[in-house]
Design a protein around this ligand. Structure first.
Ligand code: GAR
Length: 197
């Protein structure tokens, strides 16, 4: 059974999909803890699904490195096989990435390397592209430029808003995430082969 720590900053709708998948006795992964860098709404999913939660508030630390060291220490208490950044809107310090990678995945709402960064959906809309996508990557020390584990195209519709496009992208992200965790747990995906670190 693959044990997961999932880090969030927002509502955690992709996390919910993973938690629902983990309720299936046949699904070979379990979320052992949900972590956040702020008082994220998605932390409520911990109570709903009976999963422990923790918060390491970025604002409580003097430096990114000090925050990252504490976050890593708390993650390690759970000894996860895999850490998933699922809407975690904070760059991890390089030493945290080095400590966890390649067992560190990030979901991103664009077809990387197109539109990296915090506003992948907005940037794709502003660029006027006919299609964007969803990606799942191994985190490395750059911004959304790690090895791609899975990705899929999503069309941009003429009357799309950022919210409507993001909602359709998230449907794809959830499927990619649940499938990728299954493949990793079953040994069909080897993250070491993807990693450049
Ligand atoms: C997801 O679309 C995820 O890919 C994105 O935040 C959303 C979280 O939604 N992450 C990034 O943009 C990271 N650069 P959720 O909180 O509803 O799961």
């Amino acid at each position: 059974m693959l044990s997961l720590v999932v880090l969030i900053s927002g509502g955690g709708s992709n996390l919910r999909s993973l938690l629902e998948a983990c309720q299936d006795a046949e699904y070979p992964a379990r979320v052992v803890a949900i972590g956040a860098d702020r008082d994220a709404d998605g932390l409520d999913l911990g109570e709903e699904f009976g999963v422990s939660t923790f918060t390491v508030p970025y604002s409580s630390f003097d430096s990114r490195e000090a925050w990252g060291d504490e976050l890593l220490a708390v993650i390690r208490q759970w000894s996860p096989d895999l850490v998933v950044l699922s809407g975690f809107m904070r760059l991890l310090p390089a030493r945290v990435v080095a400590a966890l990678s390649p067992n560190l995945l990030n979901t991103h709402p664009a077809y990387l390397p197109e539109f990296p960064g915090a506003h992948g959906v907005r940037d794709a809309l502003a660029a006027g592209v006919p299609e964007t996508g969803a990606s799942l990557i191994v985190v490395d020390t750059g911004v959304d430029d790690g090895p791609i584990v899975a990705q899929e195209r999503v069309p941009v519709l003429p009357d799309d808003t950022e919210d409507s496009l993001h909602a359709r992208i998230k449907i794809v992200e959830r499927r990619l995430l649940v499938q990728a965790v299954l493949d990793i747990a079953n040994g069909n995906t080897n993250l070491k082969e993807h990693s450049q670190i």
